[in-house]
Design a protein around this ligand. Sequence first.
Ligand code: NI
Ligand code: MN
Length: 239
Amino acid sequence: MKASERPTFTYYGHSTVRCDLPDGQVMLIDPWVQGNPRCPQNLHEFDRIDAILITHAHGDHLGDAVQLAKKYKPKQVVATYELCCWLESQGVENCSGMNLGGTQEVLGTRVTQVIAHHTSSLELGGDKPIYGGVATGFVVCLKNGYGFYHAGDTALFSDMQLIAELYRPRLAFLPIGDFFTMDPRQAALACKFLEVREVVPIHWGTFPQLTGRPEHLHKELASLGVNCEVVTLEPGGVY
Ligand code: NI
Ligand code: MN
């Protein structure tokens, strides 16, 4: 497959990924930009955002969704039904709340919301977090067959094999930081379950607890004998 037939991915640090689709439209996943200590200053302003996908409500994933949606007016804002209800209450338009197992068309791609083993809550400054639906991941499939998976925050689960069987993604964005998510050893097994050719490590290096590193993932893949390329992107990196 030619590079022009798949999205160009820009890594904003942590779990934030910009996908420039082959037709020029921009999909932003987990839009944590302003407060993201790993996001380079020159990426704080956008030329366009055509869709926003949010894996779950935690602040490091929901991020600047409200402000960015109001400023750039994406055609679709995709998250769980519950999180979309909250976004609408904040004045966000074009919300398209979905739920696990479902697929909807987004910018000409097919976006499937898949399970993640993690929690999800809104941290609104009160003394308790507020229920924010469940945590999810997304599989995005282009019409030409190219697919990728953004796992959000998750523990390892063997049903990742179903994602491989159903959608055949070529590339996965997987958390490797440990503490709140999978560590590199689990992520290596995830690559085996997913049968992906390429993995981009995310959710690492942002906080002191996130100790997993791309080189650890590389070692774990080698020791499992899994043939999967680790595409290490520093914040601002483009693939
Ligand atoms: Ni989280
Ligand atoms: Mn997180």
